[in-house]
Design a protein around this ligand. Structure first.
Ligand code: GLY
Length: 323
């Protein structure tokens, strides 16, 4: 898809489509890519049916919803991120604030929550009844389980037994996360990522979503990329940054995506035996969009300011193992 300089474009993971109207309204009014990306992600964070992002996210092994988010301004290369944040429904806004008012890029845990409180962000209960039931069913089990009030050793051995089997246990939306990349009518690109991370994760576990270069990277001179899936892989391969580097080296968007996905094949990873283990969405500097996945069935969505509605497209299929 090509687009002229005056056309706004948004591309994202399939679950990001609920946020497109909010982003489009901003883009059509001449607003910035950053504003549009944040507006889209806030809607997704509020979507209770999405169990991988924001309120309604599947909790950690202790039953607490911990959220991660990051944002990058591709024109200034400024970035902000928060990790393992509890009780704040819009981590993407906190990430943006980190970018705008601190000399830092990433705040995590209690420090991030203190920052959010000082800056007037509202708290909320993020654990929905449905997510709590999932946690009770999988983690506590019939008899209340060994998690509550037991020793660290018990919790850790339970955790290891859960994660070994996690592909079977986890909710179908567990790898959701959300990716939103926006190019505004001025040609500025911004990328935003938000997630509740692995369902039933170890408290404090961070994936790729809050890590600039791993799950999120934008550079308006070349393009942007963002990831969903097994964050540990995207961290180890610096996947989002790799896509942008490959664009910088002159590859087409499709080749840049394919090469970054093929990079994953070098990772030895006993937890990666799952069809839809890694996904990347990307945009080049002109606003062309594409996405790749280890799954044949994966889709992504995009819309330009000239389109009435979003369009859904298949991703380039790059299986993790050679077929
Ligand atoms: N990609 C999201 C995560 O691993 O937490």
């Amino acid at each position: 898809m090509g687009s002229g300089a005056q056309v706004g474009v948004i591309v994202g993971s399939y679950n990001s489509r609920v946020g497109f109207p909010a982003a489009m309204e901003i883009l059509r009014a001449g607003g910035s890519a950053l504003d549009a990306a944040v507006a889209a992600v806030k809607v997704i964070e509020d979507n209770l049916e999405d169990h991988s992002v924001g309120t309604g996210g599947i909790p950690n092994i202790l039953g607490q919803v911990e959220l991660d988010a990051s944002i990058m301004d591709g024109t200034t290369l400024a970035a902000g991120a928060v990790g393992a944040v509890k009780n704040y429904p819009h981590p993407i806004e906190i990430a943006r604030k980190v970018m705008e008012v601190t000399p830092h890029v990433m705040l995590v845990g209690e420090g991030a929550e203190l920052f959010a409180r000082v800056h007037g962000f509202q708290t909320a209960n993020l654990l929905t009844e449905e997510a709590e039931q999932e946690w009770r069913r999988h983690i506590l089990g019939e008899d209340g389980g060994p998690v509550e009030g037991e020793t660290y050793e018990d919790q850790f051995s339970l955790y290891m037994s859960v994660v070994k089997d996690w592909t079977k246990l986890l909710h179908k939306e567990i790898f959701g996360t959300t990716n939103v990349i926006v190019r505004d009518t001025q040609g500025n690109i911004a990328s935003a990522v938000s997630t509740s991370g692995w369902g039933f994760k170890w408290p404090g576990r961070l994936g790729d979503s809050p890590i600039i270069g791993a799950g999120n990277y934008a550079d308006s001179r070349f393009g942007a990329a963002a990831c969903t899936g097994r964050g540990e892989m995207a961290i180890r391969a610096a996947s989002a940054h790799s896509v942008v580097t490959y664009l910088r080296q002159g590859m087409t968007l499709e080749d840049a995506l394919r090469t970054a996905m093929l990079d994953l094949r070098a990772l030895v990873d006993p937890y990666a035996e799952r069809d839809n283990v890694m996904n990347i969405v990307a945009m080049d500097r002109h606003g062309n969009v594409a996405a790749a996945s280890t799954s044949l069935a994966a889709r992504y969505v995009f819309q330009t300011t000239e389109m009435d509605d979003y369009e859904e497209r298949p991703r380039i299929h790059v299986p993790l193992r050679e077929e």
